[in-house]
Write a protein that binds this ligand. Structure first.
Ligand code: KG4
Ligand code: ZN
Length: 355
């Protein structure tokens, strides 16, 4: 069984072709068929995963411009789907199932992918599975590590979302905490924009802060007053802007690497501190880290350090599967379809901006 998946929730146009595991019969992993040790079945095979980033379109504005994003998706989606099929070496007639991101994300962008997928599914009379973008990010971890043991505690850190999920079994997601203001990636993007370093901010901060001393600027780790598992990054962003103004830190400043390393370090600490609190509460067997910011080396290292101390198995997708991509959407859709193989093409499937 082959699935064609489409992802257009933000500023990446992506299409992927995956082959279902278990000899192509996804129904081998229905509800309750997960082995007793909690491990899920084999992972699907990713035949292609094409991602076209719109970074160059949005870079002059220092952030994503929604109207430009949707127009860009319209221009490129057909070519990206074509490329995914070509790289996979199959034609549309070989596709058994379609998958698409429904939300959360930019509504105009989501509608481009959703309408395109609906058109294909309707014409070819094949089922279409709608997928949640945040659940798809979590699925990226299982795509490379199908044997992750449940219960799983997941830390999702992207440009638009920062959240902790408890997964007691496959396809069950309990939200334990989320950001009350900025997402971690958004804080990195805003600081980079303020310093004129370009967009997206995360990778450029990582690059320029690489040799810096993470202890040079003493940032306080943000904590919510009620000690809940929620995150808050807006205070940290304000503190960073104050440092920049008070110390006169600029783009070509010799102190820039120290400043960026310190900022990146406190963001990573805030994230892992909350993960630790959550792990104490829910006692998971495994930890997963996902979303665009999970590409960050400092965060990955702190995450692994914590997992080692806590004696828990820990998984992070390879960098290409951390940022937005359609393979993770296809992988999740296959699991959802396996539970409900009678799913038909629902042309009423709607996009949603918020979760
Ligand atoms: O998951 P993603 O591709 O899109 C959303 O769903 O938001 O995440 C994009 C975010 C951006 O904020 C970007 O700055 C951040 O991921 N990012 C990084 C790195 N690479 C991407 N942040 C820190 N270090 C990186 N290497
Ligand atoms: Zn994302």
């Amino acid at each position: 069984m082959l699935i064609l998946a489409i992802e257009t929730s933000c500023d990446e146009t992506s299409a992927a072709v995956l082959r279902a595991p278990n000899g192509g019969r996804p129904s081998l992993a229905p509800m309750g068929a997960v082995p007793l040790d909690g491990r899920s079945s084999a992972a699907p095979e990713v035949l292609s995963n094409i991602v076209l980033s719109q970074d160059e379109v949005h870079a002059p504005y220092g952030g994503v411009v929604p109207e430009l994003a949707s127009r860009q998706h319209i221009k490129t989606i057909a070519a990206i789907v074509d490329e995914a099929l070509t790289r996979a070496g199959v034609g549309l007639e070989a596709v058994d199932l379609y998958a698409v991101t429904q939300g959360p994300g930019l509504i105009g962008s989501l509608l481009v992918g959703l309408s395109f997928a609906k058109g294909l599914a309707y014409y070819h009379k094949k089922p279409l599975v709608g997928v949640d973008h945040l659940e798809a990010h979590l699925e990226a971890c299982f795509l490379e590590n199908p044997g992750i043991e449940y219960p799983v505690l997941g830390l999702l850190v992207s440009g638009g979302h920062t959240a902790l999920y408890f997964m007691e079994e496959p396809l069950s997601y309990k939200l334990l905490g989320r950001t009350r203001d900025d997402a971690a990636g958004e804080a990195l993007d805003k600081i980079a924009k303020f310093l004129g370093l370009g967009y997206p901010g995360g990778p450029v901060i990582e690059k320029l802060g690489r040799g810096g001393d993470p202890k040079a600027f003493p940032f306080a780790v943000p904590r919510t007053k009620d000690r809940s598992l929620d995150f808050s990054f807006s205070g940290l962003k304000t503190a960073a802007l104050k440092h920049i103004r008070e110390h006169g830190i600029g783009k070509d400043d010799a102190r820039l690497p120290d400043f960026l390393a310190s900022f990146e370090q406190v963001v990573a600490r805030a994230l892992v501190d909350n993960l630790r609190l959550a792990a104490d509460t829910v006692q998971p067997r495994s930890l997963v880290l996902c979303g665009g910011v999970a590409r960050n080396t400092r965060l990955r290292a702190r995450f692994q350090d914590f997992a080692r101390q806590a004696g828990l198995d820990a998984y992070v997708p390879s960098p290409k599967l951390c940022t937005d991509n359609a393979a993770m959407v296809g992988a999740l859709a296959l699991k959802k379809f396996a539970r409900r193989p009678d799913m038909a093409t629902d042309l009423d499937l709607d996009a949603y901006a918020r979760s």
